[in-house]
Design a protein around this ligand. Structure first.
Ligand code: GLU
Ligand code: MG
Length: 460
């Protein structure tokens, strides 16, 4: 970061560039603890003021729930106080499917310029820096799954969902039916600088998936926000509606938001170590073991809604058992080896998480858990092959395979007691996340799966 005058000048130049492109508005987004992307927008010419003074926003959004109710934590809630949103202009992106608009993610500070202790993006950055201080670099990327329907009249009625394609799961027929739409999704992401690796139909009716290139964890979290809002905008332009909710229709396969990660030291992958089992260097083993150990508590971050637990069913490829496996799509952690020279191999996929999660919290919490694994020299148990869901209870117990929390309450209880995570998040952010989880539990208590799915279907 340069001096204030330099920041103003470079923002002024960016605003002039936007003006020349016909962009009048900049959407400044952050993601709250319920996983909702919230926004303030500013006219593009105001950017030079905004980079030095920020934009005002209440801290109460840290305790907003997914239904826009307001919880309270020990530190947050109520009408008082103000924060300043500072856009990261390195991520300023002209939006392909919203003509006249650009986007940038924000970091949140208080009015005196101190980092806001509950800013999730600053938390993610702190954890990236913590890894870097230990000489470690993480590369991460998210997969985005979504269900597309014709814009429905009745948002709550599952029977009214009107899919614009009817072909089989993974079927070319779905691509043919929606080829203009899918081309526009790819094109919009590409011109926005997001590298698309794959785009394909998924299992559930109307479901698709896009995966994007891995990179710096903060960038990966920004990217998944941009990807989602771009898909939403392209869908709207086609008269369609995109749903990213964990459970669009209760009982169907849901939408995951799997996290791919790899660990590197001095430019060398720790997943490609010659002579080591599965290529995993000892530090990568300990990192993954730390993540695996922390998964029950991490579910309160990565699977944050009561709707998340409708998706988390055995034998639904959602990774509901606390185990890892080599290329095992039913394990919570899937080690992706690939061929020795495969550039897409040599990483691990966390399958359990969904798109109701705040991606900044996800990347930060996963790094914190992994670094704790390294600090404690954690060891991985034996890998599991096959679907633990089809084993009997006794056989699972014999193999030491434990089911991850099956309710938000259980995950939140684990999160409440997870000292390393609490220490990494800090009390203010940890308390705000917990308050939101408890409020969501209370709000949906006693509701049937179909009611929970209906209420959350279009929220993310
Ligand atoms: N839709 C599945 C989920 O709920 C994942 C399918 C896949 O393996 O990509 O996570
Ligand atoms: Mg998928």
């Amino acid at each position: 970061m340069g001096s204030r005058a330099e920041q103003r000048e470079s923002a002024r130049q960016l605003a002039a560039r936007l003006d020349a492109e016909g962009v009048g508005n900049v959407a400044l987004t952050w993601v709250d603890n319920a996983g909702i992307t919230r926004v303030k927008s500013v006219p593009a010419p105001r950017l030079s003021d905004v980079v030095t003074r920020g934009v005002g926003m209440s801290p109460v959004f840290d305790v907003f729930t997914s239904d826009d109710a307001i919880a309270t934590s020990e530190h947050l809630g109520g009408p008082d106080g103000d924060l300043r949103l500072f856009p990261d202009l390195d991520r300023l992106t002209t939006l392909a499917a919203q003509p006249g608009w650009a986007w940038a993610p924000v970091d949140r500070y208080d009015q005196l310029g101190q980092p806001h202790p509950a800013c999730q993006r600053l938390f993610a950055r702190r954890m990236v820096d913590r890894a870097a201080a230990a000489g470690l670099e993480l590369r991460m990327g998210f997969e985005t799954e979504w269900v597309v329907t014709r814009a429905p009249q009745d948002l709550a009625d599952a029977a009214a969902l009107d899919y614009p394609c009817t072909g089989p799961a993974y079927g070319m027929a779905r691509v043919v039916a929606l080829s203009d739409y899918l081309r526009d999704v790819t094109e919009a992401l590409t011109v926005q600088g997001v590298e698309v690796l794959q785009l394909h139909p998924e299992y559930a009716p109307g479901q698709f998936e896009v995966s994007t290139a891995a990179g710096d964890p903060l960038r990966a979290a920004d990217d998944v926000v941009l990807v989602r809002e771009t898909i939403r905008a392209v869908s709207a332009r086609h008269g369609l509606r995109a749903g990213f909710a964990p459970s669009v229709v209760a009982g169907e396969v849901g939408n995951g938001c799997h996290l791919h990660l790899s660990l590197h030291r001095a430019g060398t992958s720790l997943h490609r170590t010659a002579g080591a089992d599965w290529g995993l260097a000892p530090e990568a083993v300990a990192f993954l073991a730390g993540v695996l150990d922390a998964l029950p508590a991490l579910l309160a971050v990565g699977c944050p809604s009561p709707a998340s637990y409708l998706r988390l069913q055995p034998s639904h490829w959602a990774g509901v058992y606390q185990c890892w496996g080599v290329e095992n799509r039913e394990a919570a952690l899937r080690l992706v080896t690939g061929a020795p020279d495969d550039p897409d191999g040599g990483h691990t996929e966390v399958k359990t998480f969904d798109a109701a999660a705040n991606p900044y919290l996800v990347v930060g919490a996963v790094i914190a858990a992994g670094l704790h694994g390294i600090d404690t020299a954690a060891q991985l148990p034996a890998p599991q092959a096959g679907d633990p869901g089809i084993l009997g209870v006794r056989e699972r117990a014999r193999r030491g395979i434990v089911r991850l929390p099956a309710t938000l309450t259980e995950a939140a209880d684990r999160f409440e007691k997870a000292t390393p995570l609490r220490e990494a998040l800090g009390d203010v952010l940890h308390g705000a996340v917990l308050a939101v989880r408890r409020a969501e539990e209370a709000h949906f208590a006693g509701q049937e799966p179909a009611e929970i799915a209906a209420a959350t279907r279009w929220r993310w």
